[in-house]
Design a binder for this molecule. Sequence first.
Ligand SMILES: *Cc1c(COP(=O)(O)O)cnc(C)c1O
Length: 224
Amino acid sequence: MDKNIAIKNLDEVISKIEKARLDLDDHHIVQLVAVSKYSTSDDIRTLYSAGQRAFGENKVQDLKQKMQELDDLPISWHLIGTIQKNKINNIIDLNPVLIHSLDSFELALEFDKKLKAKNKKMNFLLQINSSYEQSKSGVDPKDAVKIYEQILKECSNINLKGIMTIGANSDDTKQVVQSFQIAKDIFSSLKGATICSMGMSGDFELAISNGANMVRIGSKLFKN
Ligand SMILES: *Cc1c(COP(=O)(O)O)cnc(C)c1O
């Protein structure tokens, strides 16, 4: 990716984020995570040089490789993809700044046990399946508050910061909005939760209008 294209893509996305957040409330701040899962380390470097600092990967192996290839840059790395239990030790060793995809109480217990063994703490979001799509990970919205509080209470090495959701995969705006509202309502009812991660290239403005304060954008930032 050419640097001028990276700057243009980033400017376009940031302008749209700005508009959406100001329409909601000028005190509403939105963090941008650039999702680099389909991009090379060279492209990440280019987007970094255009000013982007937070990047997200969905596979542990890719996260590891890109962290190594880019270890000269002070990038904040996020893990956003579904997690297999056998990868937990690897993830703890990589130490991403935030894991968006904690999707069950059992997974939280496993992480907590292994974090305690290594005397570490890490930051997580509880993923909620607010669109009720079978193909998606995440806890059922009706159980989300209970599970969130259970993790807070029983997993002392897990710093739970809020929630993540993926909007409904639909052309019907109403359905997409509904999935964001379900997640936002849960987020608002949680005590101490500060991060509401929702919105991707196709729906981030809708997500922000519905309360997202962290968006995860891939294709719109890395397109040529
Ligand atoms: C791929 C992915 C994104 C970004 O998707 P784009 O449509 O390319 O912006 C965001 N969140 C998750 C969980 C993803 O897997």
